[in-house]
Ligand binder design. Structure first.
Ligand code: SAM
Length: 284
């Protein structure tokens, strides 16, 4: 497939090509690109090129703000095609319906979702603390023999779409969507029940680790812990997060072992999203 830059090589000037983003996301039949302010006058040509390259794309949106706030939302502006923000995305054999203006969604987590799902063992109970429209939760229900998956989110729209996705993927006998702040939901109804806890919200995971531990069964289990980190050229970003979380777990007097650490994706110059798979032994 030719790249966007190659496609626009004749139409844009050299300086314009230089600041044109080389990547963009496709969710279902919607493409999302961050058009720099200096290229706003070229937005239609850029959108046209995206639609030429990806014949199934029906809508092109500009991401006009970074992801922010408790619900992790971004401002989206219509550039071309159908005026809509709702779509159905196919990933790892699942269907995810999402309104991109009302809920967080990233197709860039596809490999990570499959990686976590592949680790779930038969009969496990899983708590997903920051579940969005249910992607990790539904994939786990479809690809493993988990007994139960609790899919928590604080955004009522995310829960509404999660419920629809649970129906679409026929996993209602396994996945339960719960609206609320993960820490309250765990305190009220999910203490001591989980073999595995997912914390896919790097901005909050560190502050919520105590609640993840509370959700684990009395003899412990696995936590998938996500964080953002900046690492200089001579620093190891995975090691940095490992040291940070190890200090906290030692303060909490936990017996633990980091089984795996990996860079999920690069999110800026020397900024990384990291995941650590941590086994916690609560009985010590
Ligand atoms: C990065 S998104 C999750 C992405 C999701 N796991 C996926 O694969 O698409 C983080 C989610 O956490 C939710 N959230 C933020 N604070 C929360 C809290 N205190 N309790 C529960 N959910 C929360 C947001 O509404 C958002 O949907």
């Amino acid at each position: 497939m030719t790249s966007l830059k190659e496609h626009l090589a004749e139409e844009l000037e050299a300086w314009e090509l230089k600041i044109l983003p080389s990547s963009y996301d496709i969710v279902g039949d919607i493409a999302i690109i961050r058009v720099p302010d200096e290229l706003k006058h070229r937005a239609k040509e850029i959108a046209e090129a995206i639609m030429r390259i990806n014949s199934h794309v029906k809508t092109v949106l500009n991401q006009a703000s970074p992801v922010s706030g408790d619900f992790r939302l971004r401002r989206l502006e219509w550039i071309m095609g159908e005026k809509k923000t709702e779509t159905v995305h196919k990933e790892n054999g699942c269907l995810f319906k999402v309104d991109l203006e009302k809920c967080y969604f990233s197709p860039r987590l596809s490999f990570e979702r499959a990686r976590v799902a592949s680790q779930v063992k038969p009969s496990e109970t899983v708590v997903n603390m920051f579940a969005g429209v249910g992607c990790f939760s539904i994939l786990i229900a479809k690809k493993s023999k988990a007994k139960r998956v609790y899919s928590i989110d604080i955004n009522p729209w995310a829960i509404r779409y999660a419920e629809e996705n649970i129906r679409l993927n026929r996993v209602g006998h396994i996945v339960t969507a719960i609206l609320g702040d993960a820490k309250n939901v765990i305190k009220e109804r999910l203490e001591d029940i989980a073999d595995r806890v997912l914390m896919p919200l790097p901005e909050k995971a560190y502050g919520y680790i105590d609640f993840a531990i509370e959700a684990l069964k009395p003899d412990g289990g696995v936590i998938h812990y996500y964080d953002f980190v900046h690492a200089g050229k001579d620093e190891n970003p995975i090691r940095k997060v490992e040291e940070k979380i190890s200090r906290k777990l030692c303060r909490l007097k936990m017996d633990f072992e980091v089984n795996l650490g990996r860079i999920v994706r690069t999110v800026g110059p020397r900024w990384f999203q990291i995941v650590l798979d941590i086994r916690i032994n609560k009985k010590n």
